[in-house]
Write a protein that binds this ligand. Structure first.
Ligand code: FES
Length: 579
């Protein structure tokens, strides 16, 4: 058996003469001033996602410097390389449209370039999933570092942070409760520093998921972006990447079914973003692990929400860090975790939890028997409206709307919504159900976070704060409300959502986990039969064509079908787990 090549010797460019390929590679990199000693060291690559278009990664230069320091202190050679960076509010049509492209970039650049391990620096919502999807498929030892959360700001003495408060203030502005001067003033305070959103939105959720998966240093999820703790974690991440080399700590060894289950438990216990399920499904799918939504719902019934962070609670990520970070959470749900799951340190999750500093009194992470919500934050719904499933973040929904029947007020797509939602003539009342079609993976395309349908202005002015809203799209993890999301199959590919008409009655029962269109099966079949067949516009080209022709539905993680593992080898939560 040939010896595995390391350092600069691996992945040589093919000129038909390996010796010449290495000779040429060394000649070129020596042009950058490297010595033979440096070039003989194990290589730790650093995926740099710094971008002036991505303020959530605004501290990337300092993190890279610290990672490099850690790598060199441990005897390795750090080599940074750029990949695509995706910022939530700077990506058209939506950042989700680009997640798979970033995962392909990450995977292929890890494959193409010589490296013995890789540090992935991500942060903003889609970047961490994209990096983990790519790294899982590439197979090189990988360790995740996140940029960390932003600090909170202050508006008229009130603590504020992106982006739960962004939505709250904007709703007040739309409802004429605050004026233009105040909305401008608060705009200056919502994002007080660089870093990711300060609540338990998708970025914080994915940071916690990465730590729970064991592919991040223990304690690595919560330190804010602009703190010394964050820089120290970066330095230690660099050193750990060197320590991983030569050991069986590949992504496949870490991202096992047990690790995926641990991540699902943590997602539920932190009241994490609904997007976390889609991303975790996509990451697992790269390794042939399928997430079963029905079993996930069962797991959710037994996992309380313990973390008192917005949007489910009241605190911010910096508070979770002060409360001991994710370690405090995982200690509380220790009995539900697979403690023998391996982490990037080479030790198990259980060993890491035992070795972490002792717990102390705090009020951000509740004890297991005194949760902020008795069940997991997310419930999986099914019914004739969503045969493939739908999701509701029950911990951030209104208790009074969780059992609700109402008249559908339908918007055919995002343009229709924009045109009519604030029309004073819109026939809508507070107990109606707002339905938005064609914002799914194919429909928009890219499944934008438009599922948080705004309350019609005329109802907002009357003080209506929440209504049942249903769509095949996503919702920002920072948003709250009684919002049914990820309706599968989506309207654009002929799912039952496509046939809902204004005036139909819809029944939502979170207790029964059901979402039903109250019309007969015959009527449903008749309406489905006359839907036009789905066609991709022959003039589509490039990445958009690839996207439209290969994107999977939400229950498969919205990955491209050809990027998923070719075989399913495990389903989680599994029969033998602790559910
Ligand atoms: Fe980047 Fe929220 S917009 S993390």
């Amino acid at each position: 058996m040939s010896e595995k090549k390391t350092g600069l010797r691996q992945g040589l460019t093919n000129y038909g003469d390996e010796g010449f390929s290495l000779f040429l590679r060394k000649a070129f990199i020596k042009g950058a001033g490297y010595t033979d000693d440096a070039l003989s060291r194990p290589i730790v690559a650093i995926a740099n996602t710094g971008s002036a278009y991505n303020p959530c990664h605004g501290n990337a230069p300092q993190l890279i410097e610290a990672v490099k320091r850690g790598v060199m202190l441990a005897g390795g050679l750090p080599v940074e390389f750029p990949t695509i960076s995706i910022a939530e509010s700077f990506s058209h049509p939506t950042s989700m449209f680009l997640r798979n492209l970033m995962s392909m970039d990450t995977e292929e650049m890890i494959r193409a370039q010589p490296m013995d391990a890789v540090v992935l620096i991500g942060g903003c919502d889609k970047t961490v999933p994209a990096q983990l999807m790519g790294a899982a498929a590439a197979g090189v030892p990988a360790i995740q570092l996140v940029t960390g959360a932003m600090l909170t700001g202050s508006h008229r003495g009130e603590r504020v942070g992106a982006c739960t408060d962004c939505r709250r203030f904007w709703a007040s502005f739309r409802g004429d409760q605050i004026d233009e001067a105040e909305i401008e003033a608060v705009n200056n305070q919502l994002v007080a520093t660089v870093g990711t959103c300060s609540v338990m939105g998708t970025a914080s959720t994915m940071a916690c998921i990465a730590e729970a998966l064991g592919i991040m240093l223990p304690g690595g999820a919560s330190a804010p972006a602009v703190t010394a703790d964050r820089i120290r974690i970066a330095e230690r991440t660099g050193a750990q990447a060197v320590a991983m080399i030569g050991k069986d700590l590949s992504p496949a060894a870490i991202l096992t079914p047990k690790a995926i289950e641990n991540a699902l438990r943590v997602l539920l216990a932190i009241g994490g973003s609904t997007n976390g399920i889609i991303h975790l499904t996509a990451i697992a799918g790269r390794l042939g692990i399928r997430i079963d939504l029905a079993r996930l719902d069962q797991m959710a019934r037994e996992t309380p929400v313990l973390v008192d962070l917005k949007p489910s609670g009241q605190h911010y990520m910096e508070d979770l860090h002060r409360a001991g970070g994710l370690t405090t959470v995982m200690r509380e749900i220790k009995g539900l975790l697979h403690l023998d799951a391996l982490t990037v340190t080479g030790r198990t999750l259980g060993e890491e939890l035992d070795a972490a500093p002792a717990s102390f009194p705090q009020d951000v992470v509740r004890p297991f028997d005194r949760p902020i919500f008795p069940q997991g934050g997310i419930a999986v719904l099914r019914g004739n409206l969503a045969p493939g499933g739908a999701i509701i973040k029950q911990s951030a929904a209104s208790a009074t709307l969780m059992e609700h029947e109402g008249r559908a007020v339908v918007f055919e797509d995002a343009e229709d919504l924009a045109r009519r939602i604030d029309d004073p003539e819109l026939d809508v009342e507070a107990h109606d159900i707002l339905v938005l079609k064609r914002i799914g993976p194919v429909g928009a395309p890219g499944m934008p976070e438009a599922g948080y349908i705004p309350i019609p202005r005329k109802l907002g002015r009357l003080g209506v704060k929440d209504m049942v809203r249903i769509s095949d799209g996503r919702m920002s993890g920072t948003a709250s409300g009684t919002v049914v999301l990820h309706v599968t199959p989506e309207a654009a590919i002929g799912g039952p959502l496509a046939i809902v008409q204004t005036g139909d009655r819809i029944r939502l029962s979170v207790a029964e986990r059901s979402i039903e269109l109250a019309i007969s099966d015959e009527e449903i079949a008749a309406r489905l039969a006359v839907l036009p067949a789905r066609q991709v516009d022959p003039d589509e080209r490039g990445y958009r064509k690839l996207f439209l022709t290969t994107i999977t539905q939400a229950d498969e993680g919205c990955d491209f079908d050809f990027l998923q593992a070719t075989r399913i080898t495990a389903t989680v939560p599994g029969d033998g787990n602790k559910v």
